[in-house]
Write a protein that binds this ligand. Structure first.
Ligand code: TTP
Length: 444
């Protein structure tokens, strides 16, 4: 862990303000100043997000492009390319769907959408209501519509809207007469991203634990590096194996990184603090590291195809992996390299400045506005005009919304806060100064 920590103009102020990004109408305890920020995430009129380019998978293969009857629940039972599904296949499927018939009572659900919902693990109305309560309560309907279209694969927006409305009204009906202030608040999750050694661990531990205002509100989920360094009864170190023989172990390692993140998400899912700050995400795995090892030819075409073939469906079926926002700790590759040299993690002896440069570029093209306007490059929108006033002034120009063809559909329009971590500061001093300020204000 670094003794000296990266500095934003005032990292502490920005970090303290970060939870303001996480506002939700259901989180009054956080004194949220910008409740419209997440709830009104833009993209309301986006018709359908195209599948990400890296999937190399066209609409037909994913069953996304056949014509669909636009009647109430009017999805027909068609196979790929619009051909009728063979009877045997239909019979097997209908066995699997037998227990989920109640879903057919939902406007917008016909046989085809029923199959998609069941394939994604929604076996009944109760699961859809739970999804709504966990992920979309207090947000605009558009969020759930987007989820149904992008993650479940419901093609027609009007079907997704009908399903959303039905579920929302059912939940609202059930909650009539309930004192909502006594209900558990929906947890929010932010993922902290940034190059190797930029200071993510330190940021999380010290900012969250040593800042009085945040301690009781924030649960920290550190990256499961210890799990990578100690696998099974033989205590294999897969991080070390990867750096020692990257061509041999890149796929195996990235696969294990993903699995350990899923395990960790499950372990932390039942926490009660309203805010969960996670170190990295499956999205940095895919957008940064998998890209890097593929470009370095450490992961071959077959391996990246295998990775992609499970990445999208698995992520889509685990909504807990999808954060409400990102915090990008940004520093130059040189600075990260210097910090890495000071840290001296034994496995990283061979990590070159060039490799860090590559990772830096990938973070930038993912989490920062495209500067050159190159086509095909990720674009990130500035804060929409109508929301400008709702964010604290000192983070207003550091918040962006992720969008673009290279972005996984489930993080389209997710906000990202960018913090400049180029310069070192002594956090002890800064935290003490903040405490002092707080004590003075309490004495007033
Ligand atoms: P980081 O996730 O960047 O963690 P860190 O401890 O370096 O972060 P910080 O100093 O900012 O707290 O990387 C941990 C190690 O794992 C690093 O050597 C890079 C490697 N790694 C991969 O090779 N692939 C991956 O997908 C991830 C997430 C990490």
């Amino acid at each position: 862990m670094h003794k000296l920590l990266p500095r934003a103009a005032s990292v502490l102020d920005a970090a303290t303000a970060a939870p303001l990004l996480l506002s939700s109408p259901r989180m009054p305890a956080l004194h949220l100043a910008c409740s419209s920020f997440l709830a009104a995430r833009p993209g309301a009129n986006r018709s359908r997000t195209r599948s990400p380019q890296w999937l190399h998978c066209d609409g037909a293969r994913r069953g996304l492009c056949s014509a669909e009857a636009a009647r109430r629940g009017g999805d027909t039972e068609e196979g790929e390319n619009g051909r009728a599904v063979p009877e045997r296949r239909q019979r097997g499927r209908s066995d699997a769907l037998a227990g989920s018939g109640e879903l057919l009572a939902i406007p917008g659900v016909g046989p085809r959408n029923l199959r998609k919902l069941v394939d994604k693990g929604f076996d009944g109305v109760a699961q859809l209501k739970q999804l709504y309560r966990d992920k979309f309560f207090g947000k605009s309907n558009e969020k759930m519509v987007e989820f149904l279209q992008n993650s479940v694969g419901i093609i027609h927006k009007n079907h997704a809207e009908s399903i959303t409305l039905f579920i929302k009204e059912s939940v609202d009906e059930e909650m009539k007469g309930t004192d909502t202030s006594k209900l558990p608040k929906r947890r929010l999750t932010f993922c902290v991203e940034g190059n190797i050694s930029v200071g993510k661990t330190t940021f999380l531990q010290r900012i969250a634990n040593e800042t009085i205002e945040l301690r009781d509100l924030v649960e920290i989920v550190p990256e499961p590096i210890a799990k990578w360094q100690d696998v099974g009864p033989e205590h294999f170190n897969i991080l070390d194996a990867f750096y020692a023989e990257p061509e041999r172990y890149a796929y195996t390692f990235q696969n294990y990184v993903f699995v350990t993140r899923v395990m960790q998400e499950k372990e932390s899912a039942s926490g009660i603090k309203p805010l969960r700050l996670m170190e990295r995400s499956v999205f940095s795995d895919r957008m940064v590291f998998v890209r890097a090892v593929h470009e370095a030819n450490w992961m071959n075409e077959m391996e990246i195809s295998i990775y992609d073939s499970w990445f999208d469906p698995v992520v889509s079926s685990l909504p807990g992996l999808i954060p409400d926002g990102f915090i990008y700790l940004r520093a130059s590759p040189d600075t990260c390299h210097k910090r890495m040299m000071v840290r001296k993690r034994s496995e990283e002896g061979g990590v070159t400045l060039d490799y860090l440069r590559g990772l830096h570029e990938k973070h930038e093209s993912w989490l920062l506005p495209s500067k050159g306007g190159g086509s095909g490059v990720l674009s990130v929108s500035q804060l929409p005009v109508h929301l400008e006033g709702s964010l604290p002034a000192d983070i207003q120009d550091r918040v962006f919304y992720l969008e673009g063809d290279h972005m996984h559909s489930s993080i389209q329009k997710v906000p990202a806060l960018v913090l400049d971590c180029e310069h070192d500061i002594d956090f002890n001093k800064d935290i003490e100064a903040k405490r002092h300020k707080l004590r003075s204000s309490l004495n007033l």
